[in-house]
Design a protein around this ligand. Structure first.
Ligand code: GTP
Ligand code: MG
Length: 273
């Protein structure tokens, strides 16, 4: 499979890379980039029309990196404009608004759109993904907590940052990590550094914690049909208990998920003859 090998300029120490921003409309993609490049924040919403393009130069260790930033419009209306720009990216900023759950839930479909548009060239292992949980300054309206966001990101081998384009929190740290991981990847022959992926828990564990958090009732939590028998409930419980037991699972939120599963089983068994 092809890698998204960056274009080298004559000087061996300089690199040219392409990064894109992805996420629902109004989550703050353009403001994050503006905060980093121009050190300012614009409170008024100016929707990106299709795509914005900019270039910035950064220094990582002894290398000068010329970064081409393609800031995508999040609105579905601009799909036809966006879809041309996914190819040949070395880095992706995946942004959601911590006050809007649907913008967090949409991250999977953004990855889906990207994979689809990259087609046969899609080699997601040679792209660095950073997840920005943005607008953390608006603490009162926050609905997606850090554990949930971190879990989604790290279970996929992506780095998670809490950011605020408004206050600047996390922005420089996030971009520094982004560009230095991209540089590491380029020096590693176009493969994302493995250390980023090794988080000590499996994707199945992470996905199960997430499913449990979002389940609508005890049946749903245990993954059995309403009206299931004692045996079915116990069987489902045992499987989840092995997967999520705090001695075995270090995924963020697994302890709470484990307790929730214990409680769900207790309450279901009370009502099953
Ligand atoms: P599209 O271009 O339509 O895809 O949106 P976008 O993701 O680029 O959003 P944009 O950066 O334009 O920001 C949307 C709105 O959110 C604007 O009104 C910003 O001022 C506001 N905003 C962005 N980031 C933050 C933040 O960290 N905190 C707060 N309080 N507001 C923010
Ligand atoms: Mg924008």
């Amino acid at each position: 499979m092809e890698t998204n090998a960056p274009k080298r300029r004559d000087n061996k120490k300089s690199l040219r890379v392409k990064v894109i921003s992805l996420g629902n409309a109004e989550v703050g993609k353009s403001c994050i980039i503006k905060r980093y490049c121009e050190k300012r924040f614009v409170p008024k919403y100016l929707a990106t029309i299709g795509i914005d393009y900019g270039v910035t130069k950064v220094q990582v260790r002894d290398r000068e990196i010329k970064v081409n930033i393609f800031d995508m419009a999040g609105h579905p209306f601009f799909y036809e404009v966006r879809n041309e720009f996914y190819k040949d990216s070395q880095g992706v900023l995946l942004v959601y608004d911590v006050g809007l759950r649907e913008s967090f839930d949409a991250l999977d479909s953004w990855l889906g759109e990207m994979k689809q548009e990259m087609g046969s060239q899609a080699n997601m292992d040679s792209i660095v993904f950073i997840v920005c949980a943005n607008k953390v300054d608006l603490t009162k309206r926050r609905v997606v907590d850090e554990g949930e966001g971190r879990l989604w990101a790290e279970s996929r081998g992506f780095t998670y940052f809490e950011t605020s384009a408004q206050s600047g929190e996390g922005i420089n740290e996030m971009f520094q990590a982004f560009f230095s991981t991209i540089t590491d990847m380029c020096e590693n022959g176009g493969k994302r550094p493995v250390a980023e992926v090794n988080v000590g828990f499996t994707k199945e564990q992470a996905d199960t914690v997430r499913r449990i958090r979002n389940s609508k009732d005890s049946w749903d939590m245990l993954g059995v049909k309403p009206g299931a028998t004692r045996e079915e409930v116990n069987k489902a419980y045992r499987k989840l208990a092995v997967l999520l037991h705090p001695d075995k699972c270090v995924a963020p939120g697994s302890e709470d998920a484990f307790k929730a599963v214990v409680n769900a089983r207790t309450s279901l068994l009370k009502n099953i003859k």
